[in-house]
Ligand binder design. Structure first.
Ligand SMILES: [Zn+2]
Ligand SMILES: [Zn+2]
Length: 176
């Protein structure tokens, strides 16, 4: 399959047991929903805090049709933006996959940094009796783990793939 930006064939790499397809030109990454199933099945206590702002408020999705089509199925790609992150990811709802550009990975890392340094986070987790409260209070040790592609993939799993039915309902109202 080809990159949506450069039309260059993607290269498949093994990453922690997962197959990640990367563009050798622009380092755009293509991630498919099924690839992340293993992450989801392996419950990861450490990473549950990344989802914290989703528990606090109702999600507000902004979905727009992208100006590019999926290079696999040729269907429209949709840009999905979540309030709070302001990071726009192109999603193919037909293939159930998402593009994560090098720039967006940087943005996601700094978004996570902000979540982690947010003083209200630990308090909030304690308030609801969440086991992540203690993990987050030891946040210095989390820095390294934070800047890991896995963390980004888990966030994408929470924010995009687990919300696909909701997002599909939104785009079903779009003109064909
Ligand atoms: Zn590319
Ligand atoms: Zn597709």
């Amino acid at each position: 399959m080809k990159c949506i930006n450069c039309s260059v064939e993607l290269v498949a790499d093994e990453y922690k047991g997962l197959t990640i397809r990367t563009c050798p030109e622009c380092e755009n990454i293509w991630v498919e929903k099924d690839t992340l199933r293993e992450f989801k099945d392996r419950t990861d206590e450490f990473l549950c805090w990344v989802d914290v702002d989703l528990w606090k408020k109702d999600e507000h999705h902004i979905v727009t049709r992208a100006d590019k089509n999926c290079t696999v199925c040729k269907e429209y790609l949709y840009n999905v933006d979540y309030r709070g992150s302001h990071i726009v990811l192109p999603v193919c709802f037909s293939c159930k996959g998402v593009w994560i550009s090098a720039e967006n990975r940087k943005k996601l890392f700094s978004y996570l940094d902000n979540v982690l340094t947010n003083e209200t986070l630990t308090g909030y987790l304690k308030e609801i009796g969440h086991e992540a409260a203690e993990l987050v209070s030891g946040k210095e040790s989390l820095k390294e783990e934070l800047h890991d592609l896995k963390t980004i993939l888990v966030l994408v799993e929470y924010r995009i793939f687990s919300k696909i039915p909701v997002l599909e309902r939104i785009i079903s109202g779009f003109p064909k």
